[in-house]
Design a binder for this molecule. Structure first.
Ligand code: C5P
Length: 227
């Protein structure tokens, strides 16, 4: 059986990572969460440079980039690679709302993207990888054998993210989550460098009305056609 590259892109909280993790497990592939990488860079900059709504010094961010080491370390318990920032496990910290609110601004900086895209290409060069993000099918792996573009209504997505955060004990308000989802969609799809767009050859997949099992069955059928 030949190994392929699977690129999953789409707006925030469309359930990309759930599908990607499930696929990776089923196929014995490596799963790479590229959003976690942009989030880890953002966390580093928030700690070092106090990046906030009113403070974003692009030049300083670029100067600090060489000091960032990112690694995924496989966790037996989680069943996937967890994000490490300079040898600190940051899997939890990078999902905080504070980070979600700054990440799209940091991710719009071309030098940040260049560094992370290079690492992502390196991680996927042997194929047998499922990678999710915003520019995987367009920029990171334009030759991926399978590209999926996930969509779902804004309200459905905000509700899912809200439930997820609440489940983790994060005391967020639904309105704040909805606003964040909308803001990120806007910034991610209007930025100049690698904006979020559907690749011409991507399969569009709307999961607004599908439960997890239904989604997975449908996607697995698409995958089996390509392998
Ligand atoms: O996937 P996730 O929602 O965790 O990604 C967080 C943010 O990282 C996105 O809103 C986007 O700004 C940025 N991102 C990106 N390119 C990717 C993955 C994520 O710009 N490939």
């Amino acid at each position: 059986e030949k190994k392929i590259t699977i690129a999953i892109d789409g707006f925030s909280s469309t359930g990309k990572s759930t599908v990607a993790k499930g696929l990776a497990k089923k196929l014995g592939y490596v799963y790479v969460d590229t959003g976690a990488m942009y989030r880890a860079v953002t966390l580093y900059m928030m700690r070092k440079l106090f990046v906030s709504n009113t403070n974003l010094n692009e030049e300083a961010i670029v100067r600090h980039l060489p000091f960032i080491g990112l690694k995924f370390i496989f966790s037996e318990e989680a069943g996937f690679g967890e994000m490490y920032l300079n040898d600190e496990r940051v899997e939890k910290e990078i999902r905080y709302m504070e980070v979600s609110e700054q990440v799209s601004k940091v991710a719009a900086i071309p030098q940040v993207r260049k560094k992370l895209v290079e690492q992502q290409q390196e991680m996927g060069k042997e194929k047998g990888v499922v990678m999710d993000g915003r520019d995987i099918g367009t920029v990171v792996f334009p030759d991926a054998e399978l590209k999926i573009f996930m969509t779902a209504s804004t309200e459905k997505r905000a509700q899912r993210r809200y439930d997820e955060l609440r489940e983790r004990g994060d005391e967020v308000a639904y309105d704040a989550v909805l606003k964040n989802v909308k803001d990120r969609d806007f910034m991610d799809s209007t930025r100049e460098d690698s904006p979020l767009i559907k690749a011409d050859d991507a399969v569009e997949f709307d999961n607004s009305e599908l439960n997890l099992e239904e989604q997975f069955d449908k996607i697995l059928k698409i995958v089996e056609d390509r392998i």
